[in-house]
Design a protein around this ligand. Structure first.
Ligand SMILES: CC(C)(COP(=O)(O)OP(=O)(O)OC[C@H]1O[C@@H](n2cnc3c(N)ncnc32)[C@H](O)[C@@H]1OP(=O)(O)O)[C@@H](O)C(=O)NCCC(=O)NCCS
Length: 335
């Protein structure tokens, strides 16, 4: 059986920087509250004039990842696209990206696992490569949150947290034994689906209702998050699934060279770091600059960590995420 490894990474974030002070001009919030509760200083929100969309941002990140992998678009055997904010209700972002990059008629799969989307995507890609079915798989996470947030005081507990952006990884067949993706672990608990959700539009509340005037007063079209409930579950599940990954590979906490958690809240990352007893240099955070970019967050952080020289050959890199669903998962890599 083969294994898979990441051979190219890229990310793209919109140019438009939105600071906490900018938000305080449109809703009742302030820099102190946001930084203290979340660690976020600023995020990127698409400037509508820029033309960026979830698929376009994903394609920009993918272009960089493919080039850095030393491949061309024609070498990619399969596309996996994770987002909760697709350009269209259907079809999904995968086929849009395939068209934007003028790729051959390879398969394109869409992943709907929110903050865990990239982790789920890596796991799927890993399985396809392990079995020998595909050699090079492109995994993309991209989000346009700003297009769908309630940017009034009513929505402030959610809207200050989320940012736009995209990241991409090229996974390829690995010939070296004991290297690349060592394990992936995925979980879900659907009984908490409504604790972090956008309920509509849906087949329960279909398009004619969506386009009715005044529908902006219907909060079911905006993200809802039971913040403290999500927080409490996140800290438990993150630690569990990281330990599950380490144990499956006979590794200890000390073996972690770099942990890259999904960037949901700096306090969550700090909590996990403390629980696992990891030194500051062993946990990568960039939520300060980008907020929570959901499916894009882990891969943007992984790309930045790699670009900053924080990941070296043979390092044990652990990726982990938790989010809406609830869904969560981890990936253990020997780089
Ligand atoms: C969202 C989150 C930052 C909120 O922090 P919190 O400490 O739980 O804050 P609360 O929701 O209890 O709100 C505390 C107070 O701040 C207020 N508040 C909420 N958002 C605010 C904002 N943006 N600015 C100012 N005040 C705000 C609330 O109205 C509340 O006021 P009250 O005490 O007068 O009622 C936090 O719960 C969290 O990070 N949750 C998990 C997020 C997550 O992991 N997401 C999922 C993975 S994607």
């Amino acid at each position: 059986m083969y294994s898979s490894k990441i051979i190219g990474l890229g990310y793209y974030v919109p140019e438009n920087v939105v600071t906490n002070d900018d938000l305080s001009k449109i809703m009742d919030t302030n820099d102190e509250w946001i930084q203290e509760r979340t660690g976020i200083k600023e995020r990127r929100w698409i400037d509508p004039k820029s033309g960026d969309t979830t698929a376009i941002m994903g394609s920009k990140a993918a272009k960089i990842a493919i080039e850095r992998a030393g491949l061309t678009k024609d070498d990619i055997d399969f596309i996996i696209f994770a987002t909760l904010s697709p350009d269209m209700y259907f079809p999904g972002g995968g086929v849009l990206l395939q068209d934007l990059l003028d790729m051959p008629t390879v398969g394109a799969l869409d992943i709907r696992n929110q903050c865990s989307g990239f982790i789920y995507g890596l796991s799927v890609a890993d399985q396809f490569i392990k079995t020998g079915m595909y050699k090079n798989v492109l995994v993309v996470g991209s989000e346009n949150h700003s297009g769908g947030l309630d940017k009034t005081t009513r929505g402030r507990n959610v809207s200050v947290i989320f940012g736009d952006g995209a990241g991409a990884a090229v996974l390829s067949r690995c010939e070296e034994k004991g290297k690349g993706i060592l394990s992936t672990h995925l979980h879900s608990e659907g009984k908490y689906a409504k604790e972090l959700t956008i309920e509509n539009p849906s087949t329960n509340k279909w398009i004619p209702e969506f386009i009715k005037e005044n529908n902006h007063d219907d909060v079911s079209y905006y993200p809802y998050m039971n913040g403290q409930f999500v927080f409490k579950h996140a800290v438990v599940r993150f630690s569990e699934v990281i330990m599950e990954g380490l144990m499956a590979n006979n590794l200890q906490k000390d073996d972690i060279s770099l942990l890259i958690p999904h960037q949901a809240n700096l306090r969550i990352s700090q909590f996990i770091q403390k629980k696992l007893g990891l030194a500051d240099g062993k946990v990568f955070n960039n939520i300060m600059k980008y907020g929570n970019t959901t499916a894009a967050s882990v891969v943007i952080a992984l790309t930045e960590a790699f670009e900053e020289g924080r990941i070296k050959d043979n390092d044990i890199v652990v990726l982990a995420a938790f989010g809406s669903g609830f869904t969560w998962g981890s990936v253990v890599i020997r780089w």
